[in-house]
Design a protein around this ligand. Structure first.
Ligand SMILES: Cc1cc2nc3c(=O)[nH]c(=O)nc-3n(C[C@H](O)[C@H](O)[C@H](O)COP(=O)(O)OP(=O)(O)OC[C@H]3O[C@@H](n4cnc5c(N)ncnc54)[C@H](O)[C@@H]3O)c2cc1C
Length: 568
């Protein structure tokens, strides 16, 4: 008899990492509880830059349309001459416009205050029958062999009560000061950056500034940046640093006003509402492992770093969910009883090197910002947020669960952000992000009667999903493709979908009876994107997180890949 009182997954903390984890698990049909210690939702724009790789993830989760409807593009930043503070020295884009391509449909960051992103995620979670339980603070955990006991203090107005939640798995997405990591006794190695890198952050209303730009004033003593992250909002996100009395700025409105006046040199701007201001001390730290038994840490609970580079929220949601694997789909498979718990070891194995690299990059950018001069020197370098920071190159080519029969796997992480990609001839490899490909003419979809040619066209990003693997079977016109389809057809469709990809006209003997979807690659984007010759047979297995799990030459390779993932 299953134990009715046990919660399959308890998520502690409803920031971006917790919300995305919960949504991924719900999309996989896994019941979850998500608790949050605060009695109400956060204010504050904080992690506002949503990178292209995260947009792909949010697209798989069905959230991206709502995010894009509310977000704005990255606007140019203006650096002003001091004293005076009104004359622009330079204007440049943090994220120079990159045109979308068929394989990379989301090519630039979008900006949306983190409070809005969280609200959208909560709405989607509500629609998936899961509500964040507010006012529930975890204070200790007791891991057992087959479950975890979580002790929670519930607050409702003046009322307080204790609840003990019994769960099979517990995920600590409770932020940098999280209880879960501390309860596990995990080392959190790294450093707290020096006082010159401490900041005041906040959401403040500023009257008198043009809204088409972000604004930057900097001299040797003060750096002052104002960003706006939502189109319909006059509230600016403030970052203020330098040799200032930060505690006094936070405590006294008059001091904030004075620093804004002195720091910008402007007399024509006025401070309006203050939503919040807080002192912020950047740390660079990472947990030694992201899993201990039945308990995981993800997001800021697992790694913290300078806010420069816009990688924090992005890395948090990518830890937690599908795109760069991680926790969501693996835990779902284990919960469904089709994967062994050892699959969960690959969460740390894959994410730790990526996060270590991310810490280096964001610290370098913070140091560049500290070196930026009031005359604009170094500013462009310090504020650049394009290229590798889009995270499209982040990969797991060394992972023990990926299989690559085209290019030998890396033994150890060589290039987790994919920066050196051109050195290996740009061939797509297992462990990397799976490219999109539009212009696929659907020959048959679903399990209906076969053989009927349809005219609808689709893209791979419409076919991939967050709860199942997708096997792209590139046909060479021989029977090999049909053989792989019938072999993989033994897996239930909720775990694996097969897609037969034809280069040109379909061979006369083709039946499409077995594959879940059969398509003609009308524009050659799938063959081009995955570097498959039009007369070549190849199988590319895409994981539920949109990373390539396997590139194999036939049934044997596919069996090897799925043997590693689905072994119970
Ligand atoms: C100034 C600044 C600028 C930033 N800019 C960017 C950016 O542009 N792009 C980017 O990607 N990132 C950015 N970040 C980083 C980003 O905000 C964080 O990385 C992100 O919030 C991490 O999400 P999380 O869900 O892991 O943690 P959090 O957002 O910290 O969420 C943790 C949640 O857990 C709750 N909690 C804590 N303890 C308990 C408990 N015991 N029981 C229950 N609940 C608990 C907390 O109340 C909180 O709601 C920035 C951060 C700052 C400060």
């Amino acid at each position: 008899m299953p134990d009715e009182s046990i919660v399959p997954v308890l998520i502690v903390g409803a920031g971006p990492a917790g919300l995305v984890t919960a949504l991924t698990l719900r999309k996989n049909g896994i019941p979850v509880r998500i608790i949050e210690k605060e009695p109400r939702a956060h204010v504050g724009q904080r992690g506002a830059g949503i990178m292209p790789r995260s947009q792909e993830l949010l697209n798989f989760l069905g959230v991206l349309d709502d995010i894009r409807a509310k977000s704005m593009g990255v606007v140019p930043i203006r650096v002003y001459r001091l004293p005076g503070g009104t004359e622009p020295i330079m204007t440049f884009s943090l994220d120079p416009a990159v045109a979308p391509t068929p394989s990379k449909p989301y090519s630039n960051a979008v900006v949306l205050g983190q409070n809005h992103t969280e609200e959208i995620l909560r709405d989607h979670l509500d629609q998936d029958a899961c509500q964040v339980e507010l006012g529930m603070a975890l204070y200790s955990i007791q891991p057992q062999v087959d479950h975890v006991l979580a002790h929670v203090l519930k607050k409702d107005g003046d009322q307080e009560a204790i609840e003990t939640i019994k769960c099979r798995w517990l995920i600590g997405t409770d932020g940098a000061r999280g209880v879960v990591r501390k309860q596990l006794g995990l080392l959190f190695d790294g450093e707290t950056l020096g006082v010159t890198q401490h900041l005041v952050i906040g959401d403040i209303e500023i009257k008198g500034l043009d809204r088409k730009h972000w604004h930057y004033w900097g001299d040797m003593d003060t750096i002052l940046v104002m960003l706006r992250a939502t189109e319909d909002d006059a509230i600016y996100f403030l970052m203020l640093g330098g040799r200032l009395d930060l505690a006094k700025i936070v405590a006294e409105r008059a001091e904030l006003e004075r620093v804004l006046r002195v720091g910008t040199g402007r007399t024509d701007i006025e401070l309006g509402k203050i939503r919040y201001v807080a002192e912020y001390r950047p740390h660079v730290r990472m947990a030694e492992t992201f899993r201990k038994g039945r308990v995981f840490v993800a997001g800021d609970a697992a790694h913290i770093h300078s806010p420069f580079g816009g990688q924090g929220l992005n890395s948090s949601i990518q830890d937690a969910s599908s795109l760069q694997v991680n926790l969501g789909w693996k835990l779902a498979l284990v919960e469904k009883g089709v994967a062994a718990p050892s699959l969960l070891d690959s969460y740390t194995e894959e994410r730790l090197p990526v996060i270590a690299e991310m810490l280096k990059k964001s610290t370098r950018l913070l140091n560049e910002a500290a070196r930026a001069k009031g005359d604009g020197t170094n500013s462009e370098k310090a504020w650049y947020r394009g290229g590798e920071l889009h995270m499209l190159g982040v990969n797991y080519r060394w992972s023990s669960i990926v299989v690559d029969e085209r290019i030998p796997k890396e033994d150890t992480p060589v290039d987790p952000y994919g920066v050196l990609k051109s050195c290996v001839g740009d061939i797509v490899r297992a462990g990397e992000r799976a490219p999109d490909a539009p212009g696929l003419v659907v020959l048959r979809s679903g399990g209906g009667a076969g053989g009927q040619q349809e005219t609808t066209s689709t893209s791979l990003f419409n076919i991939f999903g967050p709860s199942y693997h997708t096997a792209l079977i590139f046909s060479d016109g021989t029977e090999k493709a049909e053989q792989v389809v019938s072999h993989l057809g033994a897996y239930p469709p909720e775990l694996l979908r097969t897609v037969l990809v034809y280069a040109d006209d379909i061979p006369s003997q083709a039946t499409f009876d077995n594959a879940d979807v059969s398509v003609v690659d009308r524009d050659g984007q799938a063959h081009g994107g995955y570097q498959v010759r039009r007369d070549e047979f190849l199988v590319v297995i895409v994981r539920p997180d949109g990373a390539i799990g396997g590139i194999v030459r036939g049934t044997e390779g596919a069996v090897r890949y799925f043997g590693g993932v689905f072994a119970t």
